[in-house]
Ligand binder design. Structure first.
Ligand code: ZN
Length: 97
């Protein structure tokens, strides 16, 4: 178990395909929010919430492909299809099975 929330700033790898990959891990959300457009909040070990930093507005989480910070596999959007998805939640099936 983790005792503090971890943050994973995202870098855009492919604009057309909406592919994103995490850069590093930190517990300093304020710094991440200032410096990066989007980031993942790891609120429970292995579960990630998509957040907007300096981009201000959330992207369409359903269109984004995000790599797992641990193993690099594609994260699965577990909020896809829900109504008013203000913040998309992701989980890595490879790490959590
Ligand atoms: Zn993983």
């Amino acid at each position: 178990m983790i005792t503090s929330i971890r943050y994973h700033p995202l870098i855009e790898r492919d604009t057309d395909a909406h592919k994103y990959a995490p850069l590093f891990v930190t517990t300093d959300e304020a710094a991440v929010r200032r410096a990066h457009s989007y980031y993942l909040e790891e609120f429970v070990n292995g579960y990630y919430r998509l957040c907007a930093g300096k981009a201000r507005a959330l992207p369409d989480g359903g269109r984004m492909t995000i790599a797992c910070p641990v193993c690099g596999n594609r994260l699965e959007n577990i909020t896809a299809g829900k109504h008013t998805p203000t913040q998309a939640l992701y989980v890595c099936r490879a790490c959590n099975n």
